[in-house]
Design a protein around this ligand. Structure first.
Ligand code: ARG
Ligand code: ZN
Ligand code: CA
Length: 278
């Protein structure tokens, strides 16, 4: 069935603002408005209501999909009380790397069979001077995916507070909320368009035939949103830089494909924990 699949979401704002001030410039304690702006983007991107879908090149328009996922901030918390779907937790720790995942997620967590947990913090790469926009756990059971579901208490996505939503202090190229669209794609079992592994050769797959094979992660191109210099694997078939699962700038992304839709919706059926969310 092609019904709307509704996912309850909790956003955990993990911040370093000892005074508890919310919002403003460079504040990890981001505003409710910033959180809500992200939910709006998710619902546009996953229902093909994003205005920039007009930028999808003609060759790819036929495969662009309305994935029919709806994301809603939770209205009831795990204790049955009403909630905004936003939690705020102060920590003296200024930022978090992937290696500090358990520490981060133990600061705030709601049962992952009832909510999609999104943690927002000052996220860092390795070493911690490096930028990291986001990362996600992947459901089990899909071709090319993990064989098992992730641990319950680490299931969910983590997003850099400067790449979350469309208002607040944001990275210039990552100011349209597409990092969460991308990471939730992983959470629903999608691989990057070049496959699991950045091989540099055209020998990997994302198990979606309607996303053209490509060799590696998208390197910043000039002019913006061009696939030039193209790393083409098939002559005359452009790289699908419009895909949310490429590494393009936010402004260049505007689609998921039909096969990606099928894969994401299957992940709900194959993963008992995802299925329990419904
Ligand atoms: N996992 C990727 C990273 O950490 C996210 C890429 C998101 N891309 C984007 N245009 N928002 O870099
Ligand atoms: Zn990714
Ligand atoms: Ca493909």
């Amino acid at each position: 069935p092609d019904n709307i699949i509704r996912i309850p979401v909790v956003v955990h704002v993990i911040h370093n603002n000892a005074a508890g001030i919310i919002g403003g410039t460079n504040n990890t304690n981001i505003s409710d408005a910033q959180v809500i702006s992200q939910i709006v983007v998710l619902n546009k991107d996953y229902q093909h209501k994003n205005a920039d879908s007009v930028n999808t090149r003609a060759a790819f328009k036929p495969v662009a999909a309305n994935c029919k996922f709806e994301f809603c901030l939770a209205e009831v918390d795990p204790n049955g009380n009403s909630t905004t779907g936003i939690t705020r937790t102060y920590t003296s720790k200024a930022n978090f790397t992937i290696a500090e995942e358990t520490q981060l997620k133990s600061l705030a967590y709601w049962p992952s069979d009832q909510y999609l947990n999104i943690w927002v913090c000052d996220l860092r790469g390795t070493p911690s001077t490096q930028l990291l926009l986001g990362y996600s756990s992947q459901p089990g059971g899909l071709p090319g995916g993990d064989s098992n579901d992730p641990q319950a208490n680490t299931d969910g996505v983590v997003i850099n507070y400067k790449a979350f939503g469309t208002v607040g202090t944001l990275f210039t190229k990552y100011n349209l909320g597409r990092t969460a669209s991308h990471e939730i794609g992983h959470w629903l079992g999608l691989l990057h368009t070049w496959g699991n592994f950045d091989s540099g050769y055209c020998n990997q797959t994302d198990y979606c035939t309607d996303t053209p094979v490509c060799a590696n992660a998208f390197a910043a191109a000039s002019p913006a949103c061009s696939d030039n210099p193209p790393v083409k694997c098939t002559p005359d078939i452009a790289r699908m830089i419009e895909n949310y699962m490429d590494y393009s700038d936010d402004a260049c992304m505007n689609l998921f494909t039909q096969d990606q839709k099928t894969r994401m919706r299957s992940s709900i059926e194959l993963s008992p924990r995802r299925n329990a969310l419904l």
